[in-house]
Ligand binder design. Structure first.
Ligand code: FAD
Length: 391
């Protein structure tokens, strides 16, 4: 029977980041196997993401993780070059612009104070300043806007995932295409994982990086993980209008849009009562027709002529407690580490979370960024570490 020191379940951006950081961690010499059920990654959140990174969160941990993410991406060639070839992830530092009506202004200012205290390069703009910078924007109903001046933007998320994977493989990580159908728990530890072909892999530690498959994996270890799969749709539209410089804009009601190639992408979370756990990939076109189009056309009159060219659905792994990742071991099982419940911001956190997981495996504690606040304790105590800036 095979033995591996660390089995990582799920080999998309988070699993592959963890694999890379583990191998790059000088304190760790063990073997690593990534088990991924679909090497096409077609249905993974990573491949279906809006691929953007921001520092404008309300929770210090989220801000710090994204700051590290930007740093990592800006210097990706120093970390993930393989055989002299540096990965190209096309990072475009376009910024985020959060807009607020008078009702949302206090919240925007409170977030601004937290962000500035952590060195985020962000400016609070009055409506007249917004109008001057973005003449295509309707500002009549706005009270302020928060604009990221550097460090925020968008990139090729699929490219980032493959860059982690290639580098991890070049450092000796094994990848196997198979589904993990369960883990075998013996008291306080996981002894082995079972693959769909019946193979049993004995292991020292397991990392759950299974995205929307994470709760099922946790269940097989007798653990309830409060993470659900929730559908999110992205619409690519064209418009004859040329806006000039355009950041990723978040309207006060939560709709977002940003430039993508020759057009724009946009999306919005469905109303809570229409947002059940869901695993299908059917695009909810009514979201565009009934909510997005009227909202965007009111905000940017040039979008009146928007035409949807393409659309897709993916799934957030939503942490139903507080919309933040659940990171690290459950108190009842020592060697099963979780990295789940990203709730729509996992791509940008993959580098920080991968590094954090590698520290937990190698040293049993965080060595760089202390992410203990994102552990199981707050989940089991039912004390949310609420992120208010969820897009
Ligand atoms: C529409 C949309 C827009 C988004 N926009 C952004 C954004 O702009 N910025 C951002 O930072 N994040 C964004 N996200 C969120 C981000 O994509 C995810 O948080 C991130 O990709 C999570 O990565 P992951 O590796 O944990 O999960 P996934 O990418 O879902 O990967 C999980 C992997 O595990 C595999 N797996 C599952 N179960 C098993 C099993 N039992 N055995 C073996 N393999 C298994 C799956 O095949 C999959 O490849 C968005 C997500 C969506 C859906």
């Amino acid at each position: 029977m095979k033995y591996v020191d660390v089995v990582i379940v799920g080999g998309a951006v988070v699993g592959s980041a963890a694999a890379y950081f583990l191998r790059a961690q000088t304190g760790f010499k063990g073997s690593v196997l990534v088990v991924e059920q679909d090497f096409s990654y077609e249905k993974s959140a990573t491949a279906r993401s809006a691929a953007s990174i921001r520092h404008q969160f309300s929770t210090p941990e989220n801000i710090r993780m994204s700051q590290f993410g930007t740093q990592f991406i800006q210097n990706i060639g120093d970390h993930l070059t393989v055989d002299g070839e540096a990965p190209e992830v096309g990072f475009h530092e376009g910024g985020y612009l959060f807009l607020a009506t008078p009702a949302g202004r206090d919240g925007l200012e409170a977030n601004h104070r937290v962000q500035r205290s952590l060195g985020v390069d962000v400016a609070l703009l009055q409506p007249a300043q917004l109008q001057e910078r973005f003449p295509w924007l309707t500002t009549a109903d706005l009270s302020a806007g928060s604009l990221g001046l550097s460090g925020e933007g968008w990139l090729d998320a699929h490219g980032l995932m493959w860059a982690f994977r290639r580098k991890a493989a070049s450092l000796g990580v094994a990848y196997q295409q198979a589904q993990v159908v369960g883990v075998q728990r013996a008291g306080r530890s996981i002894a082995s994982v079972t693959l769909s072909d019946g193979t049993i892999v004995n292991c020292g530690q397991v990392i759950n990086a299974a995205g929307t498959g994470a709760a099922e994996l946790a269940r097989s270890a007798g653990i309830f993980l409060p993470v659900q799969s929730r559908k999110r749709c992205v619409f690519f539209f064209s418009t004859p209008a040329r806006l000039g410089r355009c950041p990723l804009v978040i309207d006060p009601g939560g709709a977002y849009f940003r430039p993508e190639g020759s057009g724009f992408i946009c999306g919005i979370s469905p109303p809570a009562e229409q947002d059940p756990e869901c695993f299908d990939f059917e695009v909810q076109h009514a979201l565009f027709d009934d909510i997005l189009w009227p909202t965007l056309a009111a905000r940017v009159p040039a979008f009146e002529a928007a035409r949807v060219e393409n659309a897709w659905a993916g799934h957030y792994d939503v942490n139903t407690l507080d919309h933040n990742v659940i990171l690290g071991a459950h108190p009842e099982v020592d060697n099963l580490l979780f990295a789940n419940g990203f709730s729509g911001h996992g791509m940008q956190q993959s580098a920080a979370v991968g590094r954090a997981l590698s520290e937990l495996v190698a040293f049993g504690a965080y060595r760089t960024l202390d992410l203990s606040a994102l552990g199981w304790a707050r989940v089991l105590a039912n004390q949310p570490l609420l992120e208010v800036n969820v897009v």
